[in-house]
Design a protein around this ligand. Structure first.
Ligand SMILES: Cc1ncc(COP(=O)(O)O)c(C=O)c1O
Length: 392
């Protein structure tokens, strides 16, 4: 009997492979800054979200070791049942003050951004709610709508006029607009001021997923700060495993939103709290984010150089000015070929394929870090131009 079940699974996997969609978890054998060792070879990585280069920062490794000695390695319980430790409380208050999405904001932390988005949407939405989502939003915002049993209404990418038409036609009891601030696979930025104006006009919540803006934009405070936006109807999610270099996520918003999430959100209530040693490490990381102007300036320099010198390559660039600089190749196999050619030249830039991106838009998601030096960026550009000469 089980044979039939296994056969079905194996046929599905074989069909994925035939479409160029088989995935492989590459084993990173060592990592320091932007350098990774994969299959015994040292490569320069252009695939991480470690925008400020903090994930292997020696000061943070020290902070983690000291925190582990002080707090041990596990939280031992959920936040509501004795797992909420002093470092969590202190981190939440530091984060709320730093990102300040509205006056008097509070924050609540999570083990991952995925859980945080599920928590926000399932707390603020229910069966009578319509969740308006940008077509290129990260999957977990959509999964939040599923958990809430809300109706998901998608609108074309960054198209505030199309969103307005959908809002105007809505008869839902409650409305929630959800958007990535910086789109994870395209690197472009949501029209947040227009979205906030629409949220006000149509009495909706505005959920902003700033996974890729926190630590980078707005002098580290994130994308809302970049555009000087704040409102009690904004619910901000930021992740702590990307620019902050550690792990986890937070939601910052009006105190009543945070209270509702902390008391009722299933991804908050029914899970063990993240280790307090990570919260303590994150407090040290937040210090480096705050003082990170030199890292951000170096990052901006890499991005500007790449955009100037990648001009003329046969792959499509997006309008992104953030550290996420995709090269859209199109076909799955072609994207894999390009990734392979770069790896042969000592560069690790894995291909991104559907369903992570829409069909026909497979790409290399090149991402930059303050851990790169000028020679790393030069090596990438040199390799891309070399591969381009023999392309197609
Ligand atoms: C836009 C966006 N939101 C949420 C997440 C989920 O965050 P986490 O990796 O902390 O679960 C990611 C990436 O993983 C992301 O890119």
């Amino acid at each position: 009997m089980a044979d039939r079940l296994v056969d079905t699974l194996e046929r599905t996997l074989a069909a994925r492979a035939a479409d160029g969609l088989a995935r492989r978890r590459r084993v990173v054998e060592a990592r320091a800054g932007a350098r990774v060792v994969v299959d015994g070879r040292e490569l320069v990585g252009f695939a991480s979200n470690d925008y400020l280069g903090l994930s292997t920062d020696p000061a943070l490794a020290e902070a983690a070791a000291a925190a582990a000695r002080r707090w041990g390695v596990g939280a031992a319980a959920s936040h509501l049942l004795g797992g909420h430790h002093a470092p969590h409380e202190a981190l939440e208050s530091d984060l709320a003050a730093w990102v300040a999405p509205c006056e008097g904001a509070r924050a609540v932390t999570f083990s991952s951004g995925y859980l945080a988005n599920l928590a926000i949407v399932s707390t603020l939405a229910d069966r009578g709610t319509e969740v308006f989502a940008d077509r290129l939003n990260h999957a977990c915002l959509n999964d939040g709508a599923l958990l809430a049993r809300a109706r998901l209404v998608r609108y074309p990418h960054r198209d505030a006029a199309a969103l307005e038409r959908r809002l105007a036609a809505s008869r839902a009891r409650r409305r929630l607009i959800a958007t990535d601030a910086v789109f994870s696979m395209d690197g472009d930025v949501a029209p947040l001021a227009a979205l906030l104006a629409l949220a006000e006009r149509h009495d909706a919540w505005l959920v902003v997923d700033d996974a890729h803006g926190f630590g980078v934009l707005g002098r580290g405070r994130g994308t809302l700060a970049e555009f000087h936006l704040a409102s009690p109807r904004i619910v901000l999610m930021g992740t702590l495993g990307k620019a902050a270099g550690v792990a986890g996520a937070f939601v910052a918003a009006h105190p009543s939103v945070i209270e509702a999430i902390a008391q009722t959100a299933r991804p908050c209530v029914f899970t063990t709290a993240a280790p307090p040693m990570l919260a303590e490490t994150l407090r040290a990381s937040l210090g480096l984010v705050r003082d990170g102007e030199r890292r951000r300036a170096r990052l901006a320099r890499h991005v500007a150089r790449f955009r100037a010198e990648a001009d003329g390559l046969p792959w499509t660039m997006t309008g992104s000015t953030t550290p996420i600089q995709p090269l859209v190749v199109g076909g799955n196999r072609e994207a894999l070929d390009l990734a392979r050619s770069l790896e042969e030249r000592g560069l690790f830039v894995p291909a991104i394929r559907p369903p992570t991106v829409p069909d026909g838009t497979a790409r290399l998601r090149v991402s930059f870090s303050a851990a790169h030096d000028d020679d790393d960026v030069g090596a990438l550009l040199h390799a891309l131009h070399e591969v381009a000469r023999g392309w197609g």
